[in-house]
Design a binder for this molecule. Sequence first.
Ligand SMILES: N[C@@H](CCC(=O)N[C@@H](CS)C(=O)NCC(=O)O)C(=O)O
Length: 290
Amino acid sequence: MPDTYTPPKVWTNDTENGGQFANINRPTAGARHDRDLPVGDHPFQLYSLGTPNGQKVTVMFEELLAAAHAAEYDAWMINIRDGDQFGSGFTALNPNGKIPALEDRSGAAPFRVFESGAILIHLAEKFDFLLPKDAPARAETLSWLNWQMGTAPFLGGGFGHFYAYAPEKFEYPINRYAMETKRILSVADLRLGETEFLAGDDYSIADIAAYTWLGMFMRGAIYGDAARFLSVHEYGNLARWTRSIGERPAVRRGLIVNTAALRERHSASDFDGLDEAMSASVEWKGPPTD
Ligand SMILES: N[C@@H](CCC(=O)N[C@@H](CS)C(=O)NCC(=O)O)C(=O)O
């Protein structure tokens, strides 16, 4: 029988719970230090990091720009391991203290948008792009987008945390979240056996949101050996979709923004000379089968 834990009557935060994010986790919200955010010249100011939730937004901006929309943006890196997300300027934009956060300065008065799903919808509506207007198609797109938003905490906070980040490995949480993660991958795989993209025949914001999580899982790009552990070779439709989305030039660009390869992004020329990093970001030989 492994060590078990008997919860006290009232939880207090007086034990070090370890893990890779122990230094930033606290049970309280709000700013922890005063720091203004930098502001560039473009109509959109993005404060983010090249994690799956951040990449959704940079892929969306790169898709908008590739389609010649006036969506020029400055992308500033928020280093969450250093606690940049708790600076006063950032928490004013996102009271949840998590990347990504956007300031839309394209109109008379700047305003904030936080939560990756809300940012995708805001940009899609503003530019009438990757979100159909027709009610059934729109409902299908928003359904898959919100499905993805609901699944991310199970993949990341659940499976990823206990499999890759927790200081000790425990069978119960890894089993529980491996089961749920495989169920989620199976939902997408079944759907992608019916239609080319998640919401139907057309690429949409639902695919962008899902790619940075499910595509990364398929490609073994997150959580160590998770792709093998979860036998992702079982999901042939998801593999087909992962490959096709990874080929999109805008996806290749968006994935490296706010990473070590491209810490800040202010203009298209910032990608010059970064072909190798862009290819590496989507390189995939297929799911592990051994
Ligand atoms: N539901 C949010 C989740 C955002 C989120 O979890 N961001 C993570 C990085 S992927 C973060 O900023 N973590 C820092 C922290 O928890 O302090 C969204 O999709 O925007």
